[in-house]
Design a protein around this ligand. Structure first.
Ligand code: DGL
Length: 267
């Protein structure tokens, strides 16, 4: 069983892509709705919350946990992978969502499409905490030192998506600010909630800027990881969703966002 962790409901966009790519795989989803949003929290806070969520998923029997949350991937993943996991659970694995995105991004042009011009500029839209950490740019430039990354926060966008409020004004402002740094070749929606605002991003971005789908990229990367690490594979397509918040309220919000029943149990 594979654990999928997010600060709240946003990670369901990733979970849906995972289940499409791996219909026979069992997944246990945990949303830390009681403590969301993470995007305005400190690094220490996000690390402590992420650690307890992972402990919970390990206790349920997950051998591998995917941290679907970009904010937790930016602020907590490295510390937990390097300083915590080897001492508490050396045979379990923690994966984040930046490496797949960066591999897909930097692979474009000189690996996947030989002869095509390498990407020069990427716009990375994310929560304030993710942008403040600078982790995405640092990790991307390790693989592609010539790549320019414009990191742009979108304050209030997660709340607007969660509550069903209009997103266009927030997205238009964020894109207009990012475009002051020049026209990007590709835009990355670096927050699990943002696929719900993809239409607004598409309308605000220049026609020549493509949008990379993070859920799709992460699903392909995990499927390939499981080919190489079959010990974490298995199941019949079973799924359970847990929340640290109020299950009735979270289930109703999930249903409103995804237009189908997605019942949550108490974590
Ligand atoms: N899930 C978080 C992410 O992907 C955003 C939501 C939050 O701020 O908690 O960055």
């Amino acid at each position: 069983m594979i654990g999928v962790f997010d600060s709240g409901l946003g990670g369901l966009t990733v979970l849906a892509a995972l289940r499409r790519a791996m219909p026979q795989q069992d997944f246990l989803y945990l949303g830390d709705n009681a403590n969301a949003p993470y995007g305005v929290r400190t690094s220490a806070d996000v690390t402590a919350l992420t650690k307890s969520a992972i402990e919970r998923l390990f206790a349920e029997g997950c051998g591998l946990v995917l941290i679907a949350c970009n904010t937790a991937s930016a602020l907590a993943l490295r510390t937990l992978q390097q300083e915590w996991l080897p001492t508490v659970a050396p045979d379990r694995r923690l994966l984040g969502v930046f490496v797949p995105l960066i591999e897909a991004l930097t692979g474009r042009g000189w690996q996947d499409q030989p002869g095509a011009a390498p990407l020069q500029k990427a716009a990375f839209f994310a929560t304030p905490a993710t942008v403040k950490s600078g982790t995405f740019t640092a990790e991307a430039q390790r693989l592609a030192p010539d790549l320019t990354v414009i990191e742009q926060d979108c304050p209030g966008l997660v709340d607007a998506i969660e509550t069903g409020n209009p997103v266009d004004g927030i997205v238009n402002r964020a894109v207009a600010t990012a475009l002051k740094g020049g026209k990007p070749d590709v835009a990355l929606l670096g927050c699990t909630h943002y696929p719900h605002a993809e239409t607004a991003f598409r309308e605000a971005l220049p026609a020549g800027t493509s949008i990379m789908s993070q859920p799709q990229v992460v699903a392909e990367s995990l499927a390939s990881y499981l080919e190489r690490h079959p010990q974490f594979r298995g199941g019949t397509g079973w799924l359970d969703c847990l929340t640290t918040g109020d299950p009735a309220h979270v289930s109703a919000r999930a249903e409103a966002l995804f237009q189908r029943a997605l019942p949550f149990d108490a974590a």
